[in-house]
Design a protein around this ligand. Structure first.
Ligand SMILES: Cc1cc2nc3c(=O)[nH]c(=O)nc-3n(C[C@H](O)[C@H](O)[C@H](O)COP(=O)(O)OP(=O)(O)OC[C@H]3O[C@@H](n4cnc5c(N)ncnc54)[C@H](O)[C@@H]3O)c2cc1C
Length: 373
């Protein structure tokens, strides 16, 4: 095996959106040789199961560091999608038409009013709408809508194409991807990770970056580093409506996401602690009911797909990013839970800054994982 493959400067475990984005950023900066190993295929897990909503203003995140991170990451998308298109020819279907949130009743409307007031004060685009304005934006919305809000800065992306484009771009900059190479073992010498076994290969990386999604917990066990990651199963379905929505439309926990291929994605359930990828009859019924409550005519649309993915949920309720304590050359980037697609660009910047000792414009400290003594 050639040296740049056996002794890469950076070995990344996991080729989901996070691993691919980090690989691309390191390779783009010419920071050193980059190898990514995955136990399956690139983007084969949560990253392709997602809905691709880039929700900042419409999210319920309070002010804080996580909200700022989401905002910073969202700002990176327009340039990133353009450079991915130029480099790989892949259009990742970035749609910046805003997100429409519905109110179906007075309680919803009051709650939305509070979100709009808060986001406006934070400098985000958010506007309360009356029922007529809601139906002007989306004529098929239920007559029961008592109003809504438009979050004009929120966007959506085709997450599967996004991961594909990130991987191809990373490869274009020289990163190597090895699929079907599960992380199996690690050996250390004091604080230094010496070698790693993945699939049938052995590596001696300069730096190991764990970006294995929900699998990060098991990778952590092999490194004897506890990762506070739990599974959260999300089920989704896709319909093919006759009349397509213009923008992502949300009501409470349910969202409808139009795709360029004519599919309307309907998401998503949350099954904390569940790691199997089945879609249950009860979830199917719930998702269909939510969709028809928002847009009654969807009751007549054919169901074309159903699937589930496992979100990497961190018990600290935020991603864990940066150096792993006890090691001088191991970092982690996981626990992005419901926002991994949105947070991928900023995560890549922060991890690339951290592992190359570059001063970062974004503060890593709130996201570091410190083990309890
Ligand atoms: C139904 C659903 C809807 C979602 N909607 C959105 C949304 O609208 N917007 C948003 O921003 N986010 C959304 N998310 C969340 C988002 O998908 C995740 O946060 C994100 O994909 C996590 O990316 P990741 O790279 O960390 O994990 P993954 O995509 O799971 O990638 C991890 C990779 O690591 C590999 N791996 C694991 N263990 C090992 C091992 N031992 N050795 C080698 N490789 C290993 C896996 O094979 C996998 O390819 C949604 C998630 C789900 C499930």
């Amino acid at each position: 095996m050639e040296a740049s493959l056996r002794c890469p400067d950076f070995l990344i475990v996991g080729a989901g959106v996070i691993g691919c984005a980090i690989a691309r950023e390191l390779a783009r900066r010419r920071a050193g040789s980059v190898v990514v190993v995955d136990r399956g295929v690139a983007g084969g897990e949560a990253s392709s199961a997602a809905a691709g909503v880039l929700a900042v203003a419409s999210s319920r995140a309070p002010g804080g560091a996580l909200f700022r991170l989401k905002r910073e990451s969202a700002r990176l998308f327009p340039d990133l999608v353009e450079s991915l298109r130029d480099q790989t020819g892949i259009d990742v279907e970035y749609r910046d038409r805003g997100l429409l949130e519905l109110a179906l009743g007075d309680d919803d409307l009051h709650a939305l009013g509070r979100v709009v007031a808060k986001r406006t004060a934070q400098g985000e685009a958010a506007e309360l709408l009356d029922p007529g304005q809601v139906r002007e934006l989306e004529p098929a919305v239920t007559e029961a809508a008592t109003g809504g809000a438009i979050f004009a800065g929120d966007a959506a992306i085709n997450n599967s194409l996004f991961v594909d484009a990130l991987r191809r771009s990373a490869e274009g900059y020289g990163a190597r991807f090895l699929c079907d190479h599960p992380f199996r073992a690690a050996a250390r010498d004091g604080r230094r990770l010496q070698s790693v076994a993945a699939g049938d290969l052995e590596f001696e990386p300069g730096e190991l970056i764990v970006a294995a999604g929900v699998g990060s917990r098991a990778v952590g066990e092999l490194l004897r580093a506890k990762m506070p990651i739990r599974p959260d199963r999300g089920e989704m379905i896709a319909l093919r409506p006759q009349r397509m929505l213009q923008r992502t439309t949300v009501w409470r926990d349910g969202y409808l996401v139009p795709r360029a291929n004519g599919e309307l994605l309907i998401g998503a359930t949350s099954g904390r602690g569940q790691a199997d990828k089945q879609v249950t009859a009860a979830s199917l019924e719930l998702l269909l009911r939510r969709a028809a409550t928002m847009i009654p005519e969807l009751g007549d649309a054919p169901l074309v797909r159903q699937w589930a993915g496992i979100r990497p949920m961190c018990t600290l309720r935020r991603p864990i990013l940066g150096p792993v304590s006890g090691y001088e050359n191991v970092s982690v980037a996981t626990g992005h839970h419901r926002s991994g697609i949105l947070l991928a660009p900023i995560t890549a910047t922060m991890i690339a800054d951290s592992v190359t000792d570059r001063q970062s414009g974004v503060e890593l400290a709130p996201f570091k994982y410190k083990k309890k003594p």
